[in-house]
Design a protein around this ligand. Structure first.
Ligand code: ZN
Length: 169
């Protein structure tokens, strides 16, 4: 039994989303039940939409988090989810009896593996998911660095990255 089952159509949607936003990163959520993904939510990347300089005016908790990072680390944060989009996705999941399964984002110029910053954020978020009543998601990365998009999915737990077993069908 695979950890996750992702419909081909949803995978194609993720790749299309990544291509639309390149050179910026795209981000979004996949929801479903018991590892079977049935729904994709595109989440606005506010870095792509407004430019990083406007971040501090947006979400104070997020901005506070950014300030704690070194400039190098901050520069590496290429996506910050729009909290309004995130909240409406969360509400829609609840209304449809779906659970969060996957957080996805794209790497326009880098391989499909979590950056140091991605791992750090995922590790910070391990404590946040239960507080907002969401299960620990898997992390899907789509890389556009080669002509053929590369998609890989991982679990990130306590700073450890392990490949997730994903069936595409
Ligand atoms: Zn990344």
């Amino acid at each position: 039994m695979a950890d996750l089952i992702i419909p081909r159509q949803i995978l194609d949607d993720i790749i299309a989303h990544a291509k639309e936003l390149t050179p910026y990163e795209c981000c979004g959520l996949l929801a479903g039940t018991n590892g079977v993904v049935s729904r994709l939510y595109r989440i606005k990347n506010i870095v792509a939409m407004e430019g990083a300089q406007s971040l501090s005016s947006f979400d104070s908790a997020k901005a506070a988090h950014l300030e704690r990072l070194s400039p190098d680390e901050r520069a590496e944060i290429a996506f910050v989810m729009d909290m309004q989009d995130f909240s409406s996705a969360k509400k829609d999941m609840r209304n449809n009896g779906l659970d969060l399964q996957v957080v996805y984002h794209s790497h326009p110029h880098d391989p499909a593996r979590p950056s140091i910053t991605d791992i750090k954020i995922a590790t910070d978020y391990e404590e946040i998911w239960p507080k907002i009543n969401l299960p620990l998601p898997a992390y899907l990365l789509v890389s556009l660095m080669n002509s053929e998009p590369d998609v890989k999915t991982y679990w990130i737990k306590s700073g450890c990255v392990t490949p997730a077993d994903v069936l595409i069908r």
